[in-house]
Write a protein that binds this ligand. Structure first.
Ligand SMILES: COc1cccc(Nc2ncc(-c3ccc(C(=O)NCC(=O)Nc4ccccc4)cc3)c(OCC3CCNCC3)n2)c1
Length: 337
């Protein structure tokens, strides 16, 4: 059964995070020795939120971007759903900022450029994230950022009630139109959250903050915030463009990508898209051969199993080997751990 499959394919390690109905454990994909993150969800606890998990899984299968954590495999038992996901050894951006108080403008620009490219991609795919915050941005082994949606907020539609009710969405990052209960566009509220996020990177504290929720909402609706004297004129300008209370006056993600503060400075570390979307670029024969030899199966059988994209153990093995081949410096052996 799937429980035995999980235990024969992965070795589970410590819990690295938990929230609401999900728990995340570090684990090892035994065949390749690759570290992964396994998100474990209890179906009973999910209740009528269960359909949204299936929605999220289908979304994850479509999302293939160098700054979004990859889904490798899905396993389901009668009581649980397991998502095997790309592991980010650097942990949360939140802890990275706390350790440094705040980031220099150049470093903040590099990170922000990566975040904006991931959000632009999600919007292009018809999704809004709705919970952009440093806890949902993880550092990979190249000190690059990976966007995740831990709390299940990214969905193509979703009324205010669903947004506020189900979404742990931290209010400090919520847009004025959202906290006012007005109609909102997910893509526009994401831009506001990006503004709060960049402010947190550059300042080390939040633009709108108060322990009283009502006061916090009023500050957000006023949209007035301090501009510490260390902020350059370029960063003040891009922050003002995102932290516009009126969503119609707010910069769009495309305008953001063209903003001088982002496109200025050193060529930015956007990971190359090359070798990013294995599902669309045709299978890599060398990987098929490696898998066939190690599994004692014919290449035809392995190729057919990979091209089914069933997000089973075969998909996980292929995606892990593909990621290892195209996105990390050369490593030893067939499954060089
Ligand atoms: C202290 O944390 C540490 C310390 C040291 C190492 C690590 N490494 C490490 N790697 C990987 C993960 C992870 C990746 C993806 C998902 C996920 O849920 N994807 C689904 C997803 O992204 N959908 C989606 C994305 C975009 C659009 C639409 C849908 C869940 C977990 C992790 O989690 C830990 C949690 C802890 C609580 N805060 C959030 C992260 N942690 C973490």
């Amino acid at each position: 059964c799937q429980q035995e499959a999980l235990e024969s394919q992965y070795e589970l390690h410590q819990t690295i995070g938990s929230g609401g109905f999900a728990k995340v454990k570090a684990a090892t994909h035994l065949l390749t020795g690759q570290k992964v993150a396994i998100k474990i969800m209890d179906k009973k606890q999910l209740g009528d939120d269960l359909p949204r998990i299936y929605q999220e899984i289908e979304a994850m299968k479509l999302l293939s971007h160098q700054h979004i954590c990859r889904l490798y495999q899905v396993l389901e038992t009668s009581s649980r759903i397991y998502m095997v996901l790309e592991y980010c050894p650097g942990g949360e951006l939140f802890d990275y900022i706390v350790e440094r108080d705040r980031l220099e403008e150049e470093e903040a620009r590099v990170f922000f450029h990566q975040i904006v490219s991931a959000v632009a991609y999600i919007h292009k795919m018809g999704y809004a994230h709705r919970d952009l915050k440093p806890e949902n941005l993880l550092l990979d082994d190249d000190q690059c950022l990976k966007l995740i949606d831990f709390g299940l907020c990214a969905n193509p539609d979703g009324g205010l009630a669903q947004q506020l009710a189900t979404c742990c969405g931290s209010p400090a990052y919520a847009a004025p139109e959202l906290v006012s209960g007005r109609h909102y566009l997910g893509s526009e509220t994401d831009i506001w959250s990006l503004g709060v996020l960049l402010y947190a990177l550059l300042c080390g504290f939040l633009p709108f903050d108060d322990e009283n929720l009502g006061t916090l909402y009023r500050k957000i609706q006023l949209g007035q915030y301090e501009e510490p004297d260390w902020l350059s004129s370029g960063s003040r300008s891009i922050l003002r463009a995102m932290l516009q209370v009126d969503p119609r006056r707010r910069i769009t993600v495309h305008q953001l990508q063209a903003h001088p503060w982002l496109s200025a400075g050193t060529p930015l570390h956007i990971k190359p898209a090359v070798g990013r979307d294995p599902q669309r670029e045709g299978v890599d024969e060398a990987i098929i051969t490696t898998m066939a030899v190690s599994g004692g199966r014919s290449r035809v059988a392995v190729r057919e199993a990979v091209e089914r994209w069933a997000y089973d153990h075969t998909t996980a093995t292929y995606l892990i080997l593909h990621h290892r081949k195209h996105c990390t410096p050369a490593q030893g052996g067939a499954f060089g751990a």
